[in-house]
Design a protein around this ligand. Structure first.
Ligand code: NAP
Length: 297
């Protein structure tokens, strides 16, 4: 057992798997607002935020919050308000994810030490693999055609967009990728996908069977939606508000498939392993104090 203490607050099944990894590695492991029969017996189930307020690290859920008021705690009946969480978490190093600007502002205002795990390329890039597999699973489940020989467009060529385009190509789809930067468009062409500049997107939309969105900003307004085929399936990967005018999309009868938190749903063990690798990197960067504690254990 080392003396580094780690608490997990809220989260989905991937955090249950993460609790087991941490416990098996010898960390003093706590969970709060996370309840599941697979949580190892040696993991301490905290009864209050106060109980974990002196931990070295506190890991929040992915996403941190869905409603902007409480942490995301789908496996617990407990409500953990963001306000209370921040009140108590003055000592630990906070490992949080998908933070909205107002939350970042509040964390900074309170001088809390934190990192957004999903801003770490080491985590977000690997996390894009279960995300892409999940997106493909959702596409298959929601359509009557194969992805093979279908026409797919991936909106955005960031970490998720790149991996998803690669997997779709591998499965035999005709892959188009939208990007706004000329650099990305050049890479898209080099990878043998069809590049679609954002400014030209509307005129191409009619042809797609599947539209996968990874852009967390609404880029498809009513005029874009009107341009889509009524048979098109739109799969929303981006965090809220997502990339489409949802009301108009529903009104027009476009097949909209929400696909949040895919790694936690389709590959929670892999997702937990990726998170753990990221935590090790953070702990190394945090440096001497922890290694000193480690040696003294
Ligand atoms: P990323 O690497 O930052 O990529 C984001 C992409 O969106 C980039 O291509 C970026 O283009 C584009 N973009 C951002 N703002 C834009 C704007 N105003 N107009 C046009 N394009 C814009 O992010 P990521 O890691 O791929 O994640 C993408 C989204 O998926 C995030 O919302 C993330 O939270 C979410 N996500 C969801 C799941 C899931 O399970 N559903 C899993 C992982 C991530 P530029 O490079 O030109 O800025």
């Amino acid at each position: 057992m080392n003396t580094i203490s780690v608490a997990i607050v809220g989260g989905d099944l991937r955090f249950v798997r993460l609790a087991k990894i941490l416990f098996d590695k010898g960390f003093k492991t706590f969970v709060y607002a996370l309840s599941h029969p697979d949580i190892p017996a040696g993991v301490r189930v905290a009864k209050s935020l106060e109980e974990i307020s002196n931990c070295d690290y506190v890991i929040g859920p992915i996403p941190f919050s869905r409603d902007g008021k409480n942490l995301f705690t789908p496996l617990s009946n407990l409500n953990v308000s963001i306000e209370m969480f921040m009140e108590y978490m003055t000592t630990p190093y906070l490992c949080l994810s998908v933070l909205k600007p107002n939350i970042v502002e509040e964390l900074k205002l309170r001088n809390l030490r934190y990192i957004d795990l999903m801003e770490m390329d080491e985590i977000a890039t690997l996390n894009a693999i279960p995300t892409a597999e999940g997106a493909i699973q959702y596409a298959m489940q929601n359509s009557e055609i194969t992805l093979d020989d279908s026409k797919c467009i991936v909106l955005g060529f960031g970490r998720c967009g790149k991996i998803l385009a690669h997997k779709l190509k591998g499965i035999g789809a005709n892959v188009y990728v939208e990007a706004r930067s000329t650099k990305d468009l050049a890479f898209i062409e080099a990878y043998d996908y069809v590049p679609i500049p954002l400014k030209d997107l509307k005129k191409h939309l009619w042809q797609f069977d599947f539209i996968f969105n990874t852009i967390p900003v609404q880029i498809l307004d009513s005029t874009h939606i009107d341009a889509c085929s009524l048979d098109a399936i739109y799969i929303e990967l981006a965090s809220s508000p997502g990339g489409i005018d949802l009301n108009y999309c529903h009104n027009r009868g476009v097949h909209y498939v929400p696909a949040p938190s895919l790694p936690g749903k389709v590959a929670p063990k892999t997702a937990a392993k990726i998170l753990y690798q990221g935590l090790e990197i953070i702990m190394h960067k945090q440096g001497e104090i922890l290694w000193y504690k480690h040696l003294m254990a």
